[in-house]
Structures are given as structure tokens and as C-alpha cells.
Design a protein around this ligand. Structure first.
Ligand SMILES: Cc1ncc(COP(=O)(O)O)c(C=O)c1O
Length: 558
């Protein structure tokens, strides 16, 4: 202490605090062993922990709490009011009574570089580092380095020697770990099948059907051999006939349109919403009102093909449900069936304003199709799928379709298909189903983390989740102008990524005979060359995720 300092009597100074000159402290608390540089001001009700280093010319205002072992560089500014004003509404100068002090928390061991500005209401996580000159506008995750104006995530600080070296390849999808975690229970299913010769049908399949129906919040589930079959059976069982038109989106996996064609119908496309990449209700309305007409019998006829339009297949792409209230009300108005393609959306939810509750994927349409392809959020160890519905008659039709058109052995009411789910897959899925909510929660956490680490980057469009949606992030898809460049950069760094999907269906060779052309669906076409799916699976570790982001940022700002 020395004569040039101004330290008021209400300051609580710990043991062995070292003070330089021209320091102004009042009403604050400073912990043992902390060192404070020249011309530092610390206001009342601010708290600085033990063994901190506060360098010269720093200003620590009311509302700031600095935990132990924190380094604060020179000239760091803290702010405690988001809307500072000089005067009141009546024109006089504001006094303390006019502003609300907002909190700032600097957690133990963090470091703040010289010249940084920390806005109000921020938490800087344990051991985080803020680069010199940064402007911190949002919370900083623990153990991470942020820099810039606004400060964005740069990389994680390695914490644990047991973590993999940063060069370890990161797969797009890890299908081995979840199976090894459940190895004992899964192999038990194989053993039971061998011991009972229960390979097709039976209680194991029925048990899974009951459990999955309960998970989706529907009365019926029909286990089938793939998502494609599920969609085909759902379409046929809901009354789609050969020659009908079924409306869907151009940015889906070809299985969606294959199933429509296999039901004997013709797919016609409607463009997508630019933010969710799902069927745009506005475009659907335009299609139904402008590109269709009603014939004398009141049937809706597509002007493009001259055929009757009977169903809509919204695809809950990447694990996010389409805007079902709007789609269902258009379907009602035009007398169409809605069959959800929920193949990527096990457990996704949508808040229906009409029903005033959250609804699960697969529970809103007349029927829905799920895929249990191994890479899905709920995946079999081979091919499998399911139809879900609240209509028991539709369910019994789907059951007949999957089993050669028979309800009773060798009594065939219609010609059907060999489309049953085998009992081993049903048993494996029953083992995995109880884990699905936790796996989906992990995917959501990873999405939140990607969003946070990649935020405020002009070169990247992040996935968007409307407030009426709880997505399950089957895929985490960003958009970027130089998609191929970024993908190659990630590949060279040993990081897997993928494109879902590179060419919209209306421009695929397989559909050349439909006579669609470039420009017919501008949003789907604009998005296709920019989308990139990043590694996303429940067991993705924070260090892996941070390295994916680090490489993306290196590519953007080499
Ligand atoms: C949107 C969509 N629809 C349908 C399917 C078809 O499912 P499956 O591969 O089980 O036949 C898939 C599977 O990848 C899909 O992603």
C-alpha cells in the first residue's frame, strides 16, 4: 500500500494482497495473495478471489465476481448494464437507483487477455482463455479459447492426457461403440433366437411393436422389413391407388419416391422451406390451389400429369418434424391423406397449436413410416422398418401387405409382399429402444454445442429449430458456400462428413422421364450444393466435436 492509492474503509482485503500505485478500491472484496496492478479500479460489491492477477488499468465494476486463480490482463473493461443511459426519462442525470446491475462471473482459473471487453451478463467458464482485444458477447464454455470481435470459439484447451491425440480420425458416424456398450444384451437376443428357432414373427416382434407404438404415442405399430416397405405399405393401406399422384419434397432420400412409385403412384414435388429444409406449407398451398384443379366429381387433379392427387408425404428431414398443423389443415381442405416419412425422426416432437400439445413424429398423419437402418437414431443390426398409425383398420391392412396379403395362413385376401421384420431385428430393437431417449438427448446436446461453437460465423448457416419443434438431430447439417473445399479439408484432417443429398430428386437421372427442369424448385436447388452433414452420433466426445469445429474454422480463416 502507498500514499497514491484510494482504498476505502469498507474494502475487505485478504492476506498478502499486493497493491501497486494509483489504485481505486471501494466496497469490494479481494482474496488472499491477489496482486493488483497500477491504476486499477474495483467498484463496490465486486469480488476478486484468491491468487488472482489483475493487471494495470483494468476496470472491474459492480456485479463482477472473479473466482480464484484468474488472470486479467491490462486494460480489461467489464460492463454491467446492457442499456446504459446518461439521463432519465425526465431529463435529469441517472443515479444508481436508475440502473439494474447485471452479473458477470469469471470462473476459477480463467485468463482474460489485455484490452478485452466483457459485456454484461456473461459467464466465462473455468480455465477458459479470452484472447487479447476480444469483445465477449456471450458465455464462454469452460476450457475453451475464444477471440475476436465478437469473440468466437477457436479451440478447446486439452485437459486430460487420456483424451485422444488431436490427430485421431473422427468418423462421421460411430456404429461400433453403441453396439459394444450393449454387447451382452444384444448377443442374448441372437442366443434366444437360436435356442427357440424364433426367427420370423411371434412374441418378440409383437413386444417390439407394442413398445414402439407406446414410444410414438400411437395405438398401432406394424413391424416391417425396411423403411421403404413401411412407406409403401402405409401408402397402399391408406388408400393410395395405382395412377394417383402423391406429393412430396425433392430433397429427400430416393426411398421416399421409390415407395410412392412402388405403390403404383406418381410422385410430384413441392419446394421446401429455406430454414427447416422441410416441406413448405406455403408452396404446398400454392401447388394445391394453382397447379391442381377439381374435376366434375370434385376430385383434385394435377394439371401437370392429369392424375388425381390423393396423398402428401412430408419428410421429417434430418430429425426435425415438418410443419404438421399447416400441412394437415391443407390436407383436410383438399381431402388428402398425410403419410409421414419419419424415417429420420425417431422421437422428434412438434408442438401442435391445434391440439395444444407436443406430438411425436409418427403420430400426426394417417400413418407414418420409420426406418431402422443401422445408422438411424434407432437402428437395427440389418434392415428393418415400421408403420405407425392410430387407425387399427389401416394397421391390419399393413399387416396383410407385409405377409403376402394373408391374415390367416394361406388365405390370401389380396396379393401382398414379403415385408416382415425378422424376430432377431425386433429383439435387438427392443434392447435398444429404452436407450433412445438418452441417445436423442445426447444428440441434442451435441447440436447445442455445435451451434455455440460455430455461432456468429458469416461463412456458415447453422441448422434452425423453430420454437414449436424439438428435433432429434439424426443429422447435423450446416450450409457453406465452398462445401466441397470444406469437405476436402475435413477429409484431409481425418474427419468424416457427408452430403444429404447432393442432387434434388427432380434432377436425378432416374426421374428424367418426369420432365422436371432446373429452376423448378429453387430453394431445394440452392441448398443442395451448400449442405454438409458433420459428425453426429450420441457418443461423440467434446474433444472430437471441438476438433471438428477447429478444422472448420481453420478452413474458413486459414
Ligand atoms: C427420408 C427417408 N425415407 C425413407 C428411407 C428408407 O428407409 P430404409 O433404408 O430402411 O428402406 C430412408 C432411409 O435412409 C430415409 O432417410
Amino acid at each position: 500500500m502507498n500514499a497514491y492509492n484510494c482504498i476505502s474503509d469498507d474494502v475487505i482485503l485478504g492476506k498478502d494482497v499486493q497493491l501497486s500505485r494509483f489504485i481505486n478500491l471501494y466496497g469490494c472484496e479481494i482474496g488472499d495473495g491477489t496482486k493488483i496492478g497500477a491504476s486499477v479500479e474495483i467498484q463496490k460489491n465486486a469480488r476478486v478471489g484468491k491468487f488472482c492477477k489483475i493487471s494495470s488499468h483494468t476496470f472491474i465494476c459492480e456485479g463482477v465476481t472473479i473466482e480464484d486463480d484468474v488472470f486479467v490482463g491490462h486494460g480489461v473493461m467489464f460492463i454491467n448494464d446492457t442499456y446504459p443511459r446518461a439521463t432519465t426519462l425526465h431529463g435529469g442525470l441517472q443515479t444508481e437507483a436508475d440502473w439494474k446491475v447485471e452479473r458477470t462471473l469469471i470462473k476459477k482459473g480463467a485468463s482474460i487477455g489485455s484490452g478485452a471487453t466483457i459485456l454484461a451478463n456473461i459467464t466465462i467458464g473455468e480455465n477458459a482463455i479470452v484472447g487479447a482485444g476480444s469483445v465477449v458477447t456471450k458465455d464462454v464454455p469452460p476450457n475453451s479459447i475464444v477471440a475476436g470481435n465478437p469473440a468466437i470459439f477457436r479451440r478447446l484447451i486439452p485437459q486430460n492426457a487420456a483424451e485422444p491425440p488431436v490427430s485421431e480420425p473422427i468418423p462421421f458416424l460411430d456404429l461400433i461403440t453403441p453396439h459394444l456398450e450393449l454387447e451382452h444384451e444384444l448377443t442374448g437376443v441372437f442366443r434366444q433366437a437360436l435356442h427357440t428357432a424364433g426367427f420370423v414373427g411371434g412374441a418378440v416382434v409383437e413386444d417390439f411393436e407394442k413398445a414402439f407404438a407406446a414410444f410414438c404415442g400411437v395405438s398401432d405399430c406394424v413391424a416391417v422389413s425396411s423403411g421403404t416397405d413401411a412407406l409403401r405399405f402405409a401408402l397402399i393401406a391408406s388408400g393410395v391407388k395405382p395412377g394417383d399422384v402423391v406429393v412430396t419434397v425433392p430433397n429427400t432420400f430416393i426411398a421416399t419416391t421409390e415407395a410412392i412409385s412402388q405403390a403404383g403412384a406418381l410422385p410430384e414435388f413441392v419446394d421446401i422451406d429455406e430454414h427447416t429444409y422441410n416441406l413448405s406449407p406455403a408452396m404446398l398451398q400454392q401447388y394445391l390451389e394453382k397447379q391442381c384443379k377439381q374435376d366434375a366429381a370434385g376430385k383434385l387433379i394435377s394439371l401437370r400429369s392429369g392424375r388425381p392427387v390423393t396423398a402428401i408425404v412430408p419428410v421429417h428431414l434430418y430429425g426435425q418434424m415438418a410443419d404438421m398443423d399447416a400441412i394437415l389443415s391443407l390436407a383436410d381442405k383438399f381431402g388428402l391423406a398425410v403419410i409421414e416419412d419419419a424415417c429420420q425422426a425417431h422421437g422428434a416432437e412438434y408442438f401442435s397449436k391445434k391440439l395444444n400439445r407436443w406430438m411425436k413424429a409418427g403420430s400426426m398423419g394417417r400413418a407414418a413410416a420409420f426406418s431402422f437402418y443401422p445408422g438411424k437414431n434407432l437402428g437395427a443390426c440389418g434392415e428393418a422398418g415400421a408403420v405407425t398409425t392410430n387407425d387399427p383398420i389401416l394397421a391390419s391392412k399393413a399387416k396383410m401387405l407385409r405377409d403376402h396379403g394373408q391374415a390367416k395362413k394361406y388365405y390370401h385376401d389380396v396379393e401382398g409382399y414379403n415385408g416382415r421384420m425378422d424376430a432377431i431385428q425386433a429383439g435387438l430393437l427392443s434392447v435398444k429402444l429404452p436407450h433412445l431417449p438418452a441417445w436423442n438427448a445426447q444428440r441434442r446436446d451435441h447440436a447445442v454445442e455445435y451451434n455455440r461453437l460455430l455461432a456468429e460465423n458469416a461463412a456458415i448457416v447453422l441448422p434452425q429449430q423453430p420454437s414449436n419443434s424439438r428435433a432429434v438431430y439424426h443429422l447435423y447439417v450446416i450450409r457453406t458456400a465452398d462445401r466441397e473445399g470444406m469437405m476436402n479439408h475435413l477429409k484431409k484432417a481425418g474427419i468424416g462428413s457427408a452430403i444429404h443429398y447432393p442432387i434434388p430428386l427432380h434432377l436425378q437421372k432416374a426421374y428424367a422421364s418426369m420432365n422436371y427442369s432446373k429452376g423448378d424448385f429453387p430453394i431445394a436447388e440452392r441448398v443442395a450444393p451448400e449442405i454438409l452433414s458433420l459428425p453426429m452420433f450420441p457418443q461423440l466426445r467434446p474433444q472430437q466435436q471441438a476438433r471438428v469445429v477447429q478444422e472448420i474454422l481453420h478452413f474458413i480463416e486459414p
